[in-house]
Design a protein around this ligand. Structure first.
Ligand code: G6P
Length: 370
């Protein structure tokens, strides 16, 4: 049957709103917070390889590459294993060093991205083991993997990826936690705490969708004429800054850059003037104090600060022109929440500018040619 938009104006908005369910679907049958375990049969299948792996290489493109960057932080922190994240298009051409002790994680919504597929074929020839995090069942990438975990986000029609991204991040969380348990690199009490944190994510995403839309629409109206945006974040929220900027570029055609917040002083700060909106992903985590001082630096240069903040935290209210609120969460699961307002912001600015948000110019849902 044809997939319908239902009560939504666009597929993108429908897919953003599906996320409480799609994240739940990607965790379903895999996460048992009560009993304190994770089942990931794909991971069991390559368990020995993973135990002996010298490193993990994550290969992806576009939004899936941003999920991969979060995966790097997760696996390094929880599993104490070396991780590299590669753009598939670079990895396939530069004769990378690959050994049979490497495990490659391939991340792809469509499972048909040509660069990713060829990069994997090359790695496979050199003996690497491939684990797939793929949305489309039976796709080309799914078929060449040795093992994997489907994301179960359902068909994604909007060209700009939303629900597929959060499903990828959710599966990476499961993967990192399960591998950490196998490797004995995570404290059991902390492991259980994180399982509960993950289990709570779908309801927290629903809370954002229920309470923040009006505030985000107001921000969209206020900044829809801007020529440039800067997105800044630290730690697990740095890839979210990249993803927020990518969503804005794709949907609104406004130039946007994502940057690690502390790196702004090495360049992007030169762009700041009274016309530049700067979106900070400033949820309450170990970097909070540092990011607040980054916000003050932008403020002092008259940039327009917009911030994603944690519920109950009013530290940046006086420094920001506007805030988007997300529920409190452990920083490891926080990206699953902080990305939601940024998806909505891009969507509403696109709508305000009268653009075809489901089919942005020059972009394809799946890039099956070079
Ligand atoms: C295209 C799509 C993006 C997607 C990227 C990677 O550029 O427009 O939304 O992130 O391809 O696609 P994949 O299907 O491999 O995740």
């Amino acid at each position: 049957a044809a997939i319908e938009k239902g009560n939504f104006d666009h597929f993108m908005l429908k897919e953003i709103n599906e996320q409480p369910k799609t994240i739940l679907d990607s965790l379903r049958g895999r996460l048992n917070a009560e009993q304190g375990y994770i089942t990931l049969s794909g991971l069991d299948k390559i368990e020995e390889k993973l135990r002996q792996a010298h490193r993990i290489v994550i290969v992806a493109c576009g939004t899936s590459w941003h999920a991969g960057l979060i995966g790097e932080y997760l696996i390094e922190e929880l599993c104490r294993l070396n991780v590299e994240v590669e753009y598939a298009s670079e990895f396939r051409y530069r004769n990378p060093i690959i050994s049979p002790q490497d495990v490659i994680i391939a991340i792809s919504q469509s499972g048909e991205t040509a660069d990713t597929l060829v990069a994997l074929e090359n790695a496979k020839k050199q003996g690497a083991t491939i684990f797939g995090i793929v949305n489309v069942v039976g796709s080309s990438i799914a078929r060449i993997t040795d093992a994997g975990a489907y994301t179960h986000a359902g068909p994604e029609i909007g060209v700009a990826s939303t629900k597929a991204f959060t499903a990828q991040v959710a599966v990476l969380q499961l993967f990192a936690l399960k591998l950490a348990q196998l490797r004995g690199t995570v404290d059991p009490a902390f492991f259980r705490q994180l399982l509960h944190e993950l289990e709570a994510v779908p309801a927290k995403v629903a809370w954002i969708l229920d309470t923040q839309v009006e505030a985000i629409r107001t921000i969209a109206r206020r900044y829809k004429e801007a020529d440039n945006f800067l997105y800044l974040g630290r730690g697990y929220n740095f890839p979210i800054a990249l993803e927020g900027a990518l969503k804005l570029k794709e949907i609104t055609y406004i130039h946007a850059e994502g940057y690690p917040a502390a790196e702004m002083k090495h360049g992007p700060i030169a762009l700041v003037d009274e016309k530049l909106p700067v979106v900070f992903v400033a949820t309450k985590d170990v970097y909070h104090e540092k990011i607040v001082s980054n916000i003050q630096e932008i403020n002092a240069r008259k940039g327009k600060v917009v911030a994603v903040v944690s519920e109950g935290d009013e530290t940046v209210n006086d420094l920001a022109e506007a805030v988007m609120v997300v529920p409190q969460a452990h920083e490891i699961v926080a990206p699953l929440l902080s990305v939601i307002p940024l998806q909505l912001l891009a969507y509403y600015i696109g709508v305000e500018r009268g653009l075809d948000v489901d089919k942005p110019r020059n972009l394809a849902k799946s890039v099956t040619v070079e």
